[in-house]
Design a protein around this ligand. Structure first.
Ligand SMILES: Nc1ncnc2c1ncn2[C@@H]1O[C@H](COP(=O)(O)OP(=O)(O)OP(=O)(O)O)[C@@H](O)[C@H]1O
Length: 255
């Protein structure tokens, strides 16, 4: 397989029930690609990510990972146990020990140098996200997965964080899979956008997804704002269209 990771006919149920969260989703990410998954709250974005990572049982379909794939993961939520003190340095060594020089270098790389001795509970939201990114970058990932990485950041913090992701991607060549609500910022930086709402509503280049009726129906006025801003920054042509996804028994998901 050429893809780093691929889902075929992925169906997921809500944990502990038979209610469908994702239905027959086909998804793949190629080496070096930047793919963003957008969709309303509860549309199954995190479930898709967790299924791709093997953290969630599948009701149907399959997930294929390229042998030797190294994934760096920035989860949507991290519970910091306030009763158990933990320094940034120690956090970076979980679950796998790293050396001091490596810790120093990766914190510098993500724009938070010198935080080794700081307690996790004493970090600002932006510093914490950068420490999470630092940990994800250890062990040289060829796929970086970020689930809502800018939650809780202010607008300048959001822009700076995505700039950092772009820099990292350029330097390492790692593919990036991102779930995000920051429509304008992430869509601009993506090769491909997948719009999810229990199934893949549409996907393609950012501009084509912005124009897709399914996308507009989901995001309404925000979608139009996104498009206007997007056009303002990005006015060249794209090769790829937004491909609607058929649903039903005969669409060949399991081929
Ligand atoms: N651990 C869980 N137990 C029960 N239901 C869950 C669990 N995790 C997710 N769900 C349900 O699955 C559906 C999809 O949730 P998911 O977190 O994948 O959506 P999302 O698109 O990432 O949402 P958001 O944008 O709000 O983060 C929701 O209806 C949610 O309530």
């Amino acid at each position: 397989m050429t893809a780093l990771i691929e889902a075929r006919g992925l169906t997921i149920h809500r944990p502990g029930s038979t209610e469908t969260v994702l239905r027959e989703v086909d998804f793949r990410i190629e080496p070096g690609e930047v793919v963003t998954v957008v969709g309303p709250n509860g549309s199954g974005k995190s479930s898709l990510v967790r299924a791709l990572l093997g953290h969630m049982p599948l009701a149907d379909g399959q997930v294929l990972r390229r042998p030797g794939l190294r994934i760096g993961y920035v989860p949507q939520r991290v519970q910091v146990d306030t009763a158990m003190p933990m320094t940034v340095r120690r956090f970076l060594s979980l679950p796998r020990r790293i050396g001091d020089a490596e810790a120093t270098a990766v914190l510098a790389r993500t724009g938070v140098p010198g935080l080794e001795g700081r307690q996790l509970t004493q970090l600002s939201g932006g510093q914490f996200q950068r420490v999470l990114l630092a940990r994800a970058l250890l062990h040289d990932p060829n796929l970086l997965v970020l689930d809502e990485p800018t939650q809780g950041l202010d607008q300048p913090g959001i822009v700076a964080f995505y700039q950092l992701i772009e820099d990292v991607r350029r330097e390492t060549g790692a593919a990036v899979l991102m779930v995000s609500h920051d429509l304008m910022v992430v869509m601009r930086a993506s090769d491909r956008v997948v719009c999810l709402n229990g199934h893949v509503c549409c996907e393609g280049s950012p501009e084509h997804v912005s124009e897709a009726p399914a996308y507009r129906a989901l995001f309404g006025t925000e979608a139009q704002g996104t498009l206007a801003l997007y056009r303002h920054h990005h006015d060249h042509d794209h090769d790829h269209g937004c491909t609607p996804h058929p649903h039903g028994a005969d669409h060949g998901h399991h081929a």
